[in-house]
Design a protein around this ligand. Structure first.
Ligand code: G3I
Length: 317
């Protein structure tokens, strides 16, 4: 095959994926690219807590159901995203003050959401973004009431709900050596020692054009893989100062080449997921004013030089 997904599979990896959801798939130009080039879809928002259980015990799954049905119809793998995260978390969860109650709320949420799709999800991002950049634990209702053991609770519940999904912990700024990578490795080693069912570490890879860490990104990824778990680049994008011009797009091509190569250079890296398809729909401009153009297709769904960069990494390393 000629797609990015076919090429990464030829390297023995599981998928080249993208986030999407009903909203972006409703654009035929966008949908056609996902069908043609990608082998895995990650729900951008539809499986998050505020989408699935915004009111306690009332599970609203129609957008998540849409994504799962779409993926099955088109033969795409699914990365479930995400069961326990401090963000996009309903206020009623954050308002809980009793650790016993919070434990049962986490278990119920995971049993309902992950249990709904048993056997259909390739990877689950069970917990997301638990560390600060300095390697300390991020403050959240989960950490404040339960300490680090909220992670154990979530993984054990996910395993019970979906025994065949590979269970991941996911975070950002794991692209360079330092305290956050060290904290992740230490946590994973502790989970493994305690018999907690965990299979992988996701490195989001939200990158900035020409960031100095990009050429050596394979090194921290290999450090994560030294735990023996699978690793993956789960949310790759490379934002640049707008407007884009030819020089920036060539630099972005080279950056996409090195970022994709980072996965190929690490034997345990099972796949690359870009955080969207087209610059038209990316989260970046809404959060970083004046930045954007972070993906492989432009606002008009034309392939950017980034495509050649990613493709060359899948052929050349
Ligand atoms: O659905 C509501 C809609 O009802 C409302 O009218 C509208 C008004 O603001 O908001 C809509 O919700 C938005 C949601 O996306 C769905 O479109 C939120 O405002 C918006 O904040 C939310 O942004 C998402 C963001 O996570 C939230 O933190 C982005 O689409 C999504 O790409 C982004 O993804 C995250 C990963 O999950 C984790 N890693 C970082 C990554 C980038 O922030």
């Amino acid at each position: 095959g000629t797609s990015l997904d076919a090429k990464i599979k030829a390297k023995g990896r599981d998928y080249f994926g993208t986030c999407t959801d009903k909203n972006t798939l409703s654009d035929p130009a966008y949908e056609a690219i996902v069908i043609a080039e990608y082998g895995q879809v990650t729900p951008e928002n539809s499986m998050k807590w505020e989408s699935t259980e915004n009111v306690r015990g009332n599970f609203t799954m129609s957008d998540a159901d849409f994504l799962v049905a779409w993926a099955q119809q088109h033969g795409k793998l699914i990365r479930g995203h995400t069961l326990v995260w401090h963000s996009q978390l309903p206020a009623w969860v954050s308002a809980i003050t009793d650790p016993v109650e919070l434990t049962s709320v986490i278990e119920s949420h995971i049993s309902n959401v992950a249990g709904r799709y048993t056997g259909k999800i390739h990877h689950w991002d069970v917990v997301n973004e638990v560390f600060n950049d300095d390697g300390t634990w991020r403050t959240s209702v989960f950490y404040n009431l339960l300490g680090p053991k909220f992670v154990d609770i979530a993984f054990r519940a996910a395993k019970k709900a979906d025994p065949t999904a590979k269970l991941f912990i996911n975070d950002y700024n794991l692209d360079y050596a330092g305290p956050k990578v060290n904290a992740m490795v230490a946590l994973v080693q502790r989970l493994i020692a305690d018999g907690v069912p965990i299979d992988g570490i996701g490195s989001q890879a939200h990158l900035i054009l020409n960031n100095g860490a990009i050429p050596s990104m394979h090194q921290p990824l290999a450090t994560l893989a030294s735990t023996g778990l699978k690793v993956a680049l789960t949310e790759l994008d490379i934002r640049l100062p707008l407007p884009a011009d030819a020089t920036k797009l060539m630099n972005q091509r080279d950056n996409f080449n090195l970022a994709t190569a980072a996965c190929i250079r690490v034997p345990n890296c099972v796949g690359v997921t870009t955080w969207g398809v087209s610059d038209k729909n990316s989260w970046v401009p809404g959060v970083f004013a004046g930045e954007g153009a972070a993906l492989i297709w432009d606002e008009k769904f034309a392939k950017k030089p980034a495509y050649d960069g990613a493709e060359a990494a899948l052929l050349g390393w």
